[in-house]
Design a protein around this ligand. Structure first.
Ligand code: FEO
Ligand code: CA
Ligand code: CA
Ligand code: CA
Length: 619
């Protein structure tokens, strides 16, 4: 490990927990809101109004901001170049329909509930608006003379949505698994959904991970006894046998792009229906933020699961590229991908994500661990055991990982790589279903309400190694049920739970973001943590300090700085999500963030953080 860092790595004074409907940052710091949901960024630049149409939403910032990167303008590297101007690229994970539609007013709608027309129909423009509120925003922003950031009207600004045409690349392209009425040859699909965290490739492109995509689909197929009869590529991922999350397949115009969310078998020919549509989701999607004509690519070699995000080791000339991705569900896995071809800066590109080896992690009790290859024909992934091709292994990544006996984790969320030591960190957010006889060294608590952060180093500090050594970085939770690297409990200045967002800056500060769910936050044992927050940690001493607290009902997610580390961007997702459905019907609200107006619903937004002395954030 590197020589011990100075205490100055965390140079700010910790702030207390907060239940206030505002952003709080340490003394000497400023926070400014930009790019709320509905901010016009492209096309006709329509102003935000609750009455915005579906088409207008497609020219505005989407809802529920999540993973994000700042790409310096005209740069060749994702981490070098201008600190005053660039493309801010962010995911929009999901939506809160009751805050999107005039038709929702006065109705008792809770989180995720949608306004219906009659029994089982939905207004098709509301469906379009919801699909256009998903996906990715790519927006040119620039620092003004007064220090504030503003949108630049650039023809490269772009929305990628739940409808954008995409190509399927890698080993699954053209196979029977992905042939649909839209793409009878299995090479294309439309849209990306539930993009949680992101990734940034060494060749300066953006990756959007598809997390809880399964909930947008249904498959009503039954066997001769009338029992649900789904292929494992649907059932193992939780595709619904009855209702979908938002009922898009019920759009009243019956258009093809909406009915595709019903993946039930309609006849004999898979190319005449959408039985395979769910197989075109669950991937990592590559987008070139600098080229508005680039067709996003679903990179199937990275596996299919509920990808939280994806994080790379720094690329080394002449060596393979190596990245990690977690599957955020209870008892799911952490994966690693190693490209078959070496990286050369001059020729690097998406082809490095199309041909490589996917591995899944086994964490042993003694602090060692190993990577097990998910390769057709190896480790029992053979026809005798139900795996018929590499495409089969990749479409059914979870089933392959089950078969090889990988370690079932407490909901893997974001990963981060220490740019100086190569240590890899992963947040494990919680797992309240883990029972006493299911605990192990890396998932040590039954009924794990609080979550933990694990870190490892590949053997020989070689990213392509097949073995690693791991240790617990922090067990999060209340004072009497937490432990940091130095054996201490968390205290008033740093107690937190449910770690989710994670990023390590160039100086090695570890930024930790929390996502207590709206069903528990500010209640019972969770009340002591206040609203969701961001903290910073020192990787050497294990010290942790609370840096930011957010408004009511939200989670903090997404964090990046400009290359000079003097401007930080973070996202506030789903403010006001804790509002009760009867209070919503009465027109009440518990959050007015960020507009502070009684006539505007709470909106997800980006927050720009600077230091009043112009210094490095966190120093
Ligand atoms: Fe979308 Fe796993 O957080
Ligand atoms: Ca997350
Ligand atoms: Ca969340
Ligand atoms: Ca989460």
């Amino acid at each position: 490990r590197m020589a011990s860092a100075q205490n100055s790595l965390l140079g700010f004074k910790a702030i207390p927990v907060s239940e206030a409907d505002t952003i709080v940052v340490p003394e000497g710091y400023r926070a400014e809101v930009i790019l709320p949901w509905g901010e016009p960024i492209a096309g006709d630049y329509p102003d935000y109004r609750l009455e915005n149409t579906g088409a207008e939403q497609g020219m505005q910032v989407g809802m529920h901001h999540d993973g994000m990167h700042f790409f310096p303008i005209e740069g060749n590297s994702p981490y070098e170049g201008s600190s005053d101007e660039g493309f801010l690229v962010m995911n929009h994970e999901y939506i809160e329909p009751r805050y999107m539609h005039t038709s929702a007013r006065g109705k008792a709608l809770g989180v995720a509930e949608v306004p219906m027309i009659g029994e089982n129909r939905r207004d098709s423009d509301e469906v379009l608006k919801e699909m256009n509120a998903h996906g990715v925003s790519i927006v040119h922003i620039r620092k003004q003379r007064n220090g504030s950031w503003a949108v630049v009207r650039d023809s490269r600004n772009r929305r990628v949505t739940g409808l954008t045409p995409m190509e399927i690349s890698g080993p699954v392209r053209g196979t029977d698994f992905v042939k649909t009425r839209y793409s009878p040859d299995g090479t294309a699909t439309r849209g990306t959904l539930n993009n949680c965290a992101h990734g940034v490739t060494p060749w300066n492109t953006y990756l959007a991970a598809e997390e809880n995509w399964h909930g947008y689909f249904r498959n009503g197929d039954v066997d001769s006894q009338g029992n649900p009869n789904l292929p494992r590529e649907h059932s193992r991922y939780g595709v619904s046998t009855n209702e979908t999350r938002y009922g898009w397949e019920l759009a009243d115009n019956g258009n093809d792009e909406y009915i595709r969310f019903d993946a039930s078998t309609k006849g004999n020919n898979p190319s005449q229906d959408y039985r395979n549509e769910p197989n075109t989701f669950g991937w990592v999607v590559e987008i070139d933020p600098f080229n508005p004509n680039h067709t996003p690519q679903k990179r199937t070699a990275l596996g299919r699961f509920r990808h939280e995000g994806i994080v790379f080791h720094p690329a080394v000339e002449g060596q393979p590229i190596v990245c990690y991705s977690g599957d955020d569900a209870r008892f799911e896995y952490i994966y690693k991908y190693v490209s078959a071809q070496p990286y050369f800066a001059r020729t690097a590109g998406g082809h490095l994500l199309d041909n490589g080896t996917l591995y899944v992690a086994k964490f042993n009790e003694d602090g060692t661990g190993e990577w097990v290859a998910l390769v057709f024909g190896q480790n029992g992934l053979t026809p005798q055991n139900g795996f018929n091709s590499q495409a089969d292994v990749l479409v059914n990544t979870r089933s392959a990982a089950d078969f090889v006996g990988a370690t079932k984790m407490d909901r893997p969320e974001w990963g981060a790589v220490d740019p100086q030591t190569g240590d890899v960190y992963f947040t494990l957010t919680n797992n309240t279903r883990r029972e006493a006889d299911q605990t192990d060294a890396v998932n040590p608590r039954e009924n794990n309400r609080w979550g933990q952060i694990v870190r490892w180093q590949e053997v020989g500090n070689n990213p392509t190694a097949k073995d690693f050594r791991w240790e617990m970085f922090v067990l999060a939770g209340p004072q009497d049920d937490s432990e940091t690297l130095n054996g201490q409990s968390l205290t008033a200045e740093n107690k937190f739970c449910n770690p989710d967002g994670l990023w390590i800056d160039a100086d090695r500060r570890i930024w930790i973001q929390t996502d207590m769910s709206e069903s528990v936050m500010n209640t019972g044992d969770f009340a002591q943590f206040g609203n969701n927050m961001m903290l910073a940690a020192d990787p050497e001493t294990g010290a942790i300090r609370r840096f930011l607290t957010g408004p009511v009902g939200q989670e903090i997610t997404g964090v990046i700085t400009t290359p000079d580390q003097r401007t930080m961007f973070i996202n506030v997702q789903h403010p006001g999500a804790t509002l009760d459905k009867e209070d919503f019907a009465r027109g009440e609200t518990n959050s007015r963030w960020p507009d502070g107006s009684a006539s505007i619903y709470p909106r997800s937004a980006t927050v720009v953080i600077t230091k009043e002395d112009g210094g490095i954030i966190g120093s």
